[in-house]
Design a protein around this ligand. Structure first.
Ligand SMILES: [Zn+2]
Length: 278
């Protein structure tokens, strides 16, 4: 059995098993201090014999050190060595990666990217994040890709300053759910009506993201997940906008919805445990 820990900013979900057909999942564990949260995680796994653990974690992370970065907005978790904590609690080796790299690995093994070794997974919801696979391996590098914070050109007439606390008008600051809600004065982005200009603007921003990713990584597939991407017609609009932005210059990746549903986070962590090396 492998252990999977989806470590999110608001909730943790744990599981053990081998794959989508064989997976026992915990109840949601509310994210509090590391001590309180990890005690509940330990209780779920108590008494199980585990081969290896995968942790798909909110970031930013210092992956090589197995730690959550000191830059995380979650103050109590700054610098926490989550990999060592899990290894001690579960008495097995653990692999730590970003939640989005986990999701990418899950899509590779069981979802929409099974046939591709070169693809990008992006989620657009309360934030924007992405995981990148090149030649069958997840990309880490200096930190890990931070796709949500790429810089893009503005939609003509968009005067919203952007709400990324670091960059203001980076991609996430202009196009994540909270940015849409703040720009148009609605409680949630999902409440914008069907034909609102806001959706054309959103497709424009995500289309630029697709072109930037296509120009840098040349992926075969781009999986677009998260609450905003799930909106009816959104993927088609992004395809169209990306084609316009790219012109005839280079081929665009196939833009697909994720293949894994509600359990994507914990399955991503399981895929990290089973299929990645440290
Ligand atoms: Zn930013």
């Amino acid at each position: 059995m492998y252990a999977a820990i989806e470590a999110g900013g608001t909730k943790f979900v744990c599981g053990y098993g081998k794959g989508p057909e064989e997976l026992e999942i915990s109840a949601e564990i509310r994210t509090r201090s590391p001590r309180e949260t990890m005690a509940e995680v330990a209780a779920f796994f108590a008494g199980r014999k585990l081969k290896r653990a995968g942790i798909a974690c909110f970031g930013p992370l210092q992956i090589s050190k197995g730690k959550i970065s000191k830059l995380t907005p979650k103050i109590e978790w700054r610098g926490h060595g989550i990999r060592a904590t899990v290894e001690k609690m579960l008495d097995c080796e653990a692999v730590l990666d970003t939640d989005v790299n986990g999701a990418a690995m899950g899509e590779k093994m069981w979802g929409a990217a099974q046939e591709s070794d070169n693809f990008v997974y992006v989620t657009v919801g309360t934030g924007i994040g992405g995981g990148v696979m090149v030649n069958g391996r997840l990309v880490h590098g200096l930190l890990h890709p931070e796709i949500g914070h790429m810089r893009i050109r503005r939609f003509m007439g968009d005067r919203f300053p952007g709400n990324c606390p670091v960059h203001g008008d980076c991609l996430e600051g202009l196009a994540a759910g909270p940015a849409i809600a703040a720009r148009w004065g609605v409680e949630k982005a999902e409440l914008l009506p069907e034909n609102h200009l806001g959706w054309a603007m959103e497709a424009h921003y995500l289309g630029q993201m697709v072109v930037n990713l296509a120009c840098t990584y040349s992926p075969e597939i781009l999986i677009l997940g998260g609450g905003i991407s799930r909106r009816r017609g959104m993927l088609a609009m992004v395809r169209q906008s990306a084609a316009q932005e790219m012109g005839q210059y280079a081929p665009l990746p196939r833009i697909l919805a994720p293949g894994l549903g509600a359990r994507a986070g914990v399955l991503g962590a399981l895929a990290l445990a089973r299929f990645t090396s440290r």
